[in-house]
Design a protein around this ligand. Structure first.
Ligand code: NZQ
Ligand code: ZN
Length: 386
């Protein structure tokens, strides 16, 4: 096991009816900016619950943060933060609203001229404006981690940022919010969380027995609850397990002391930037090709995953490892998620070359757990995913 340090300061408030605890978590003298997305919270009652819970706190609102939070929109919110002397941010939404809020937390205290530099120059946020979240969509784990991904339509870029200053102070997780989530987003959430675990697990054995079993248990739980959540999003037991699995998949715990990959996400983000494909779906497009292309480097963990998660006990290591890739793709398909780029766009010619070029231009010359995934290999993997 590798050496590691672990600190996650986010307070989780989990369970039925927990939104009413909101005001206790925010300082009484705060001037709060309530941030939300395209308006789903106004239809499903979450907005009303939040407003009631905020009580007498001084609150300004900013709605309209789109899925794949857009830089230009966030820059409008930044103006509000400055003009209104905001001191505390509250995100009410899914990964996009939370990530947008993290960007604002960082940008609000940023000393430079162009906050886009935070993303392009990899500036770590050591301290941001304090913020909390009310999660409305289990998927990204953003409610308990310090990362964010921001999109810029103008340049067709989607870039990551982070730092120890970007953990939410608290996150409220009431699984009842799942009742109103459309099937497409439920499937996305399941796929995203599943792939988060794979990115931190599907590398090579390093003797981290507990981390492996944490990861496998999250995958098993997602597989078990997926059909229940899709069939009936008001099933509280399934919803609670789904929500907590998504948070645990990317709050840092399972990544400690083990190698991690994250190349599926790096390639996937480009497909969202270029074609607007939902984040989770880009992962389902890339992952099977990525695991086939890097088969030799990953086959021991693939075979372990085959045995422990999919109960595939027959055959050689290679047989089991290959069967596990097929099981993974079939799982995504069962959720209603297509796994080829051509299922989403007919305009895919040249995509692999474009992504490889972008990675080379950014100096991303060796991704993955061995830092050996070159832009040439990226090009081949993306082509396999056409
Ligand atoms: O905009 P609103 O009206 O809120 O509607 C949203 C949006 O249309 C809707 N929705 C959310 N909660 C709902 C609901 N509809 C009905 N009832 C509810 N309770 O769902 C749609 C999608 O929301 P979004 O926030 O975009 O989804 P998700 O949580 O999947 O977030 C995706 C974003 O997170 C980034 C992705 O790249 C993408 O930009 N990620 C962030 C990560 C992180 N910070 O750690 C890691 C991930 O790998 C990912 O990259
Ligand atoms: Zn993801």
């Amino acid at each position: 096991m590798n050496n590691f340090e672990f600190k996650n300061p986010t307070k989780i408030i989990f369970g039925k009816g927990t939104i009413e605890k909101l005001a206790k978590e925010i300082p009484n003298d705060a001037k709060v900016l309530l941030l939300y997305g395209g308006g789903s919270i106004k239809k499903n009652g979450i907005y009303d619950q939040v407003k009631t819970a905020l009580g007498i706190l001084d609150v300004v609102e900013f709605g309209g943060i789109p899925a794949n939070p857009e830089y230009a929109v966030l820059m409008k919110a930044l103006k509000v933060i400055k003009a209104e002397n905001i001191t505390y941010l509250l995100a009410v939404g899914g990964g996009s609203v939370i990530d947008g809020t993290k960007f604002l937390s960082s940008a609000a205290l940023f000393k430079g001229d162009a906050p886009w530099d935070i993303l392009t120059k990899n500036i770590r946020t050591e301290k941001g404006m304090p913020f909390g979240t009310v999660l409305t969509l289990p998927a990204t784990g953003s409610e308990m981690n310090s990362g964010a991904v921001i999109t810029r339509e103008e340049t067709k870029e989607k870039l990551a940022m982070g730092g120890p200053g970007l953990f939410p102070e608290f996150s409220i997780l009431d699984p009842q919010v799942i009742a109103s989530i459309p099937e497409r987003q439920l499937a996305n959430g399941l796929t995203d969380a599943f792939t988060h675990v794979l990115e931190q697990y599907m590398t090579y054995p390093i003797g981290a027995l507990l981390q492996d079993r944490f990861a496998e248990s999250i995958l098993q739980t997602l597989i078990e609850v997926a059909p229940k959540v899709l069939a009936d999003p008001t099933d509280y037991k399934a919803a609670a397990n789904f929500m907590w699995s998504c948070t645990m998949a990317l709050n840092g715990l399972i990544q400690k002391g083990v190698p991690s990959d994250w190349a599926v996400h790096a390639m996937g983000h480009e497909l969202t930037a270029l074609f607007g494909i939902d984040h989770a779906r880009t992962l389902a497009v890339i992952a099977p090709s990525h695991y086939k292309f890097n088969f030799d480097a990953k086959k021991e963990k693939l075979a372990q995953y085959a045995e422990r998660v999919w109960n595939i006990t027959q055959g050689s290591t290679d047989d089991k490892a290959y069967a596990a890739i097929e099981k993974t793709e079939a799982f995504f398909n069962q959720l209603g998620i297509d796994t080829k780029l051509s299922d989403y766009t007919k305009d895919y010619d040249g995509t692999a070359e474009e992504i490889a070029k972008r990675f080379a231009d950014r100096g991303w010359l060796g991704l993955g757990e061995h830092q050996s995934l070159t832009p040439e290999k990226v090009e081949k993997i993306v082509k396999m995913a056409y």
